[in-house]
Design a protein around this ligand. Structure first.
Ligand code: PMP
Length: 393
């Protein structure tokens, strides 16, 4: 059996359409196949490789940590430098009130931790989430997800959860003094890049203040510079009570976090058995990689160039078949009439050397979320390839 056959027989598949490209190496914006093919990566692991694949700073930090130790538990055990420095660096990217970091392994786990923390903090049991939200695939994260099709097979899920429409000010009235928390993606990712306006976020913050409801913002897909600010909530002039992050945080290594005030986080201390506990959360090697990632983003001019790069994509991607481009920075959805129109275009893009896909809940839009390190020449090349792939029809 060759590698592809082994892949299909022994490795669980979650889609009928696995991309059957065997990757040998990744570097910067490019992936290299085992038959010598070269692909430009316009997905970056859905916002993971924001600073490009195998960034030298990340590799150096990993190597450095490998020489010291691989795993020691953080929670309840040893004081360690990688996690401590990471927490400090992460807090420095955030408003003052968000100053306490819980490190975990993934976005879904960070969502679990945030939901548990909210319940512990105000002892309320109702949680509000949004229609078309995607927060991960564990039971808790699925419960606050907003797509019935994805939830149906796993019911009963967590009780006390109600979906409201993202961006609809009039529906904020469902937030009451019984609501423990509202959780939402700052910009809805898997719904195909849906962006609420500033007024909505101001009204949301106000309503949470009035009712004592915690505002949990999921920045798993939008964080770490993706939208042209370090955090997407910065576009809307509000500060959440809990921020959830993962993906781009590790520069390619698995790590996530939920961050809040010390006052809120300290409720986990009241009885440690009821807090969140994780064996691998904040793994030292991932933490070292994450610290290097944050330093690379904050010390370079990556974020400053995001808007200009996004503008170039939008300027070049003009075609009668492109119906709309929804975007914030380099988080973009390029909409076509239907999946039937889009799918062959995506297939041809891949044949022509550009990797892209569609969204979990929005299959008529092409995902464009390249490493933020993509340069202007590469953007030109990517857009030419997309337009050529549309025209090859
Ligand atoms: N929240 C959002 C907004 C996401 O996009 C994702 C992953 N696509 C998650 C949470 C879950 O993250 P993970 O896959 O690391 O569990």
């Amino acid at each position: 059996m060759n590698n592809r056959q082994l892949f299909l027989s022994h490795l669980a598949q979650t889609t009928d359409f696995p991309l059957m490209i065997e990757i040998e190496k990744a570097e910067g914006v490019f992936l290299y196949g085992s038959n010598g093919e070269k692909y430009m990566d316009l997905i970056s692991g859905i916002g993971v490789s924001n600073i490009g694949h195998r960034h030298p700073n990340v590799l150096a930090a990993i190597h450095d940590q490998l020489d010291k130790y691989l795993h020691l538990m953080v929670y309840g055990e040893y004081v360690q430098q990688p996690q401590t420095l990471l927490a400090q660096a992460l807090v420095n990217t955030l408003p003052d009130s968000l100053n306490n970091v819980y490190l975990v392994n993934s976005g879904s786990e960070a969502i679990e931790g945030a939901l548990k923390l909210a319940k512990r903090f105000n002892n309320r049991r109702e949680i509000i989430s949004c229609v078309d939200a995607y927060h991960g695939s564990s039971h808790g994260a699925l419960s606050v997800g907003g797509n019935e099709l994805f939830k149906r097979a796993y019911r009963p899920l967590l009780p006390g959860i109600r979906n409201i429409n993202y961006g609809a000010i009039e529906q904020l009235e469902h937030i009451t003094t019984d609501t423990s928390a509202i959780i939402l993606e700052t910009i809805q990712g898997e719904a195909g890049v849906r962006i609420a306006d500033k007024e909505y976020f101001m009204a949301l913050r106000e309503k949470c203040n009035q009712t004592g409801t915690l505002l949990i913002m999921d920045e798993v897909q939008t964080g770490f510079g993706r939208t042209g600010k370090f955090w997407a909530f910065e576009h809307f002039n509000i500060v959440p009570d809990i921020v959830v992050c993962a993906k781009g945080m590790g520069g390619g290594m698995p790590i996530g976090a939920f961050v809040t005030s010390k006052k809120i986080m300290d409720v986990f201390k009241e009885n440690p058995l009821l807090g969140h506990i994780t064996t691998f959360g904040g793994h030292p090697v991932s933490a070292a990689a994450s610290l290097a990632t944050i330093q690379t983003i904050t010390e370079g001019n990556l974020i400053e160039q995001v808007e200009e790069k996004a503008t170039m994509f939008k300027r070049l991607l003009v075609h009668p078949k492109i119906k709309e481009i929804r975007s914030k920075g380099l988080m973009m959805a390029v909409a076509f009439d239907s999946f039937e129109v889009l799918k062959p275009i995506i297939d041809r893009c891949i044949d022509n050397g550009v990797i892209t896909d569609w969204f979990l809940y929005c299959d008529n839009a092409m995902r464009i979320a390249p490493p933020l390190t993509i340069n202007f020449e590469e953007i030109q090349e990517a857009c030419q390839c997309i337009l050529q792939s549309i025209n090859e029809d």
